[in-house]
Every structure is written in C-alpha cells, then in structure tokens.
Ligand binder design. Structure first.
Ligand code: IMP
Length: 188
C-alpha cells in the first residue's frame, strides 16, 4: 500500500466532503466565538483522531485561546468495537483550574471514553467544561453525554478519514467516509 488512492478504494461512500467539513467547522467556530466572548477558553483535544478537527476549529475561533492535548486509548488495536476500557496515555500539560475548558472530540460513539474523561477533567476544577464533537453516533450510546456543540449526527456506520482511523490508517483522508465492512470483517 503506497498511495492514499488505495486507501480511498476501501471507502464505500463519502459521508462528508472536504467542503461540508470546512463549512460546518466555520459555523462551529463562529458559535464558539460568540458563546465565549470576553473569555479565553482552553481547548482540550483528544488525540489522535481529533487532530485535524482541532487544527481547523481553533483557527475558526476568533478569540485568544489556549490549547492542550490528551491522549486516551479506548479501542484495542484494529477493532471497531469499544472495549469500555479507557487509559490515559498523555495527560494535560498545564492546570485547567478556573479555566473555561472546551473538549474537542472527533466522534462520540458509546460515550464511554468521554464519560471517563468528563469525570477526570471535572476533578481538575475548571470554571466551565463543555464538549464539542465533530461527529455524533447517537444510535450506539451507552451513557448519556451532555454535548454542547455537534458538527454532524451520523448513522451507525464505521467511518474513517479526517483524523479517524481503522488500525491507525486512513487518518489523512480529507473527507469522512464509510469503511467497506469487508475491510474489518477480514480481521475481526
Ligand atoms: P466511544 O468511547 O465509544 O464513544 O468511542 C470514542 C472513540 O472511539 C473515538 O474517539 C474514536 O477514536 C473511536 N471511534 C468510534 N467510532 C468510530 C468510527 O466510526 N470510526 C473510527 N473511530 C471511531
């Protein structure tokens, strides 16, 4: 496998084009800018899937802001099912006490990862704590999550691209697409 064109061949359908992502993220940025006017939010992104979303969202927010990065593991390797086990692989690099924190997530599926993260971050006593997710898959939710900003609500399909992976690949696709089931059926 050498070129992204070969990765694209594993995609059954483009769910969200580059243009759709750009337009919606600009809207989210404008909404955050209005809601946090006069404040300096701290955007906490959850690696690695949120990387492109974070990069685009932060540049569409017209406020002074800080960013921090966490990395958690929720899925064990190349699988499409959440294990429910969450491990912090990389913690915050600065205190968020009394800060207005906005969690920037790629996708909420079962909600188990964010549920864990919310409890963890609340313990650090931020002034406020909100959630901004690019994608929401409500059909598979196991725990209720108070989502403040949602880019797109999507059906119960496994998607890749724009940060989202399967087996650590496909993250660099410019669009969000549905992975052909036979790609993961062969390894699960
Ligand atoms: P949750 O704990 O089930 O909500 O899962 C959250 C994490 O699972 C996300 O941050 C993603 O890393 C991963 N995930 C969930 N659904 C998908 C998908 O459709 N494609 C790729 N990754 C996914």
């Amino acid at each position: 496998m050498t070129r992204t064109t070969e990765l694209t061949a594993d995609v059954a359908e483009i769910l969200l084009s580059e243009e759709q992502l750009r337009t919606r993220i600009a809207e989210l940025g404008a909404q955050v800018t209005a809601d946090y006017a006069g404040r300096q939010p701290t955007l906490v992104s959850v690696l690695k899937g949120s990387l492109p979303f974070m990069a685009d969202l932060m540049r569409s927010i017209e406020l002074p802001l800080r960013i921090d990065l966490m990395e958690v593991s929720s899925y064990g390797g190349a699988t499409t099912e959440s294990s429910g086990l969450v491990r912090i692989l990389k913690d915050l690099s600065a205190s968020i006490e009394d800060e207005d924190v906005l969690i920037v997530e790629d996708i909420i599926d079962t909600g188990l990862t964010l549920n864990y993260l919310l409890r963890y971050l609340r313990g650090k006593k931020p002034r406020s704590l909100r959630i901004c997710t690019l994608l929401d898959k409500p059909a598979r939710r196991l725990v209720e999550i108070p989502v403040d900003y949602t880019g797109f609500t999507i059906p119960d399909q496994f998607v890749v691209g724009y940060g989202l992976d399967y087996g650590e690949l496909y993250r660099n696709l410019r669009f969000v697409g549905v992975l052909r089931p036979e790609v993961y059926a062969s390894s699960e």
